[in-house]
Write a protein that binds this ligand. Sequence first.
Ligand code: PRP
Length: 215
Amino acid sequence: MSEDRQNKDFLNVALPKGRLGETVYQRFAAAGFECPALLENSRKLIFENASVGVRYFWVKPSDVAIYVARGAADIGVAGKDILLEYRPEVYELLDLGVGKCRMAVAAPVGYHEDPARTLRVATKFSRIARDYYAGMGRDIDIIHLNGSIEIAPILGLSDVIVDIVETGTTLRENNLEVRETIVQISARLIANKSGYKFKREKILKLMDGLGGKSE
Ligand code: PRP
């Protein structure tokens, strides 16, 4: 990282690329950290506004916590699902109350579980699934997939899935239903541990402007 990028005067912010990131940016802007160039239609990924001392990066949503944990960004916005799954070494500062969904167990409509058999669970969230079933003392076999999880029980690859449910449309359209909710999810403001110490004033100003529920 260049010296300039580490400059104490700049607050480096990793935003999740996409609609959620754009919504969150509007709130950051209203809190005094505007950077109008960010919403211009371009393929650029880094934007800064020297007059308020902020620099934004658009990154893949599941990568935000990596940038923040390693100090490439001082703060960022990450889903609670990612924080539970990867347990990055970051401070979780605020529940932003957006990006709401839930982590759930789903199965084909009418599926009957045989408690005597090892349950085959397809998921992108192996740790969350493992922790959930370990808490119930249930034997499972995790089948780790990277997307389109809903297809696994349809093709007989798994019995159930552990995945994110937002509107429920994907489940409905694939003849699946929620069996159990594991945890409610929303977007969180996270901070690098030393970034929080050295850029505390700016981060507190941002948090003040954002409001929201403190963790
Ligand atoms: C997520 C999730 C579900 C879907 C749920 O997928 O894995 O497939 O959204 O949303 P719904 O309840 O509103 O239908 P994502 O779009 O992240 O893609 P993925 O298949 O790569 O997981």
